[in-house]
Ligand binder design. Structure first.
Ligand code: HSE
Length: 299
């Protein structure tokens, strides 16, 4: 049996739309083993809702890995233990894909390289910014050039902590992408470009205050905040409570704040985020998380 652990992830980090990702210390477990016949079970998030046949995303991803390696998938028993909430901007679909392709690759004797796994996962997900940290851990940057992915990663400094306010309602990534404008103002593009470059350099230099200050965005958040009542107030409240920065996690609905100070995170920032959401009638679950620097691994 192959048992793998896959981290959740937060994509975009504000200014790095479809480019930046960071792995979170919060995991799904996928176990896959050869069996007399195909089976699939899901426990936890998505139990009773996710398909248990060949349309299951983890199963589809495993089948795609076999196909990419030129092999046919044997009968396998899949067991998904899901902790990552669905459609909340925490990379649940990327975790499902990465769990499937990674487990399949191990079962086949690892014919696919790390770059091939990233390319395959990106093709299945449609964008690279959640699958890259789910595969490699840490902070990842992915660019596409001449049809090829260029991925670089940095380990996240130990002291960085996140608090996530996870609303009770989902946001469909498809819908959150559909509402974005097709064209942007040059000044907004420059704003994001400069923030993204500065954010990556700040993180590389261990400057967490600089990292937090650069989490702002003008390309997607202003539009997506219309789908998430209270989101703009959550950012303001988190920063007023001492967060290094606060941003939409992926396409939402989760908001994520960062801090180096555990006490401030628990006592002030989390409460400020919860209250700001509550003022707009939004109940949320709070998660305190470390970042993950390992990525998917055998478990
Ligand atoms: N970059 C993607 C988006 C992430 O913002 O639509 C989806 O989680």
């Amino acid at each position: 049996m192959v048992r793998v652990r896959v981290p959740a992830s937060t994509a975009n980090l504000g200014c790095g739309y479809d480019t930046f990702g960071m792995a979170l210390g919060y995991y799904n477990i996928v176990a896959v083993e050869p069996a007399a016949g195909f089976s699939c079970t899901v426990r936890g998030e998505g139990e009773g809702r996710l398909p248990l046949n060949e349309r299951n995303l983890t199963v589809r991803a495993a089948a795609a890995a076999y196909e990419a390696a030129g092999e046919s998938m044997p009968p396998l028993a899949f067991c998904c233990e899901n902790h990552i909430p669905l459609s909340r901007g925490m990379g649940s679909s990327s975790a499902a894909i990465v769990g499937g392709i990674y487990a399949a690759n191990v079962l086949m004797g690892e014919p696919l390289s790390a770059d091939e796994l990233l390319a395959l996962a990106t093709r299945l997900e449609g964008h690279p910014d959640n699958v890259a940290p789910a595969l490699r851990g840490g902070f990842t940057v992915v660019a596409q050039e001449a049809g090829q992915l260029f991925c670089r990663r940095l380990p996240v400094p130990d002291g960085l902590r996140g608090v996530l306010a996870v609303p009770g309602f989902p946001v469909s990534t498809k819908k959150a992408r559909a509402i974005l404008p097709r064209q942007v103002e040059l000044a907004d593009a420059v704003f994001n470009l400069s923030h993204a470059a500065a954010l990556a350099l700040a993180l590389a230099q261990g400057d967490l205050a600089g990292f937090g200050a650069m989490l702002n965005d003008r390309l997607h958040q202003p539009y997506r905040f219309q789908l998430i009542p209270g989101a703009a107030d959550v950012v303001e409240a988190a920063i007023a409570a001492g967060a290094l920065g606060c941003t939409l996690s992926g396409s939402g609905s989760t908001m994520i704040s960062f801090s180096e100070d555990d006490d401030m995170l628990r006592d002030n920032i989390a409460a400020a985020m919860r209250e700001a959401f509550q003022e707009h009638g939004v109940e949320c679950r709070i998660l305190f998380l470390k970042m993950d620097n390992r990525g998917v691994c055998l478990f």
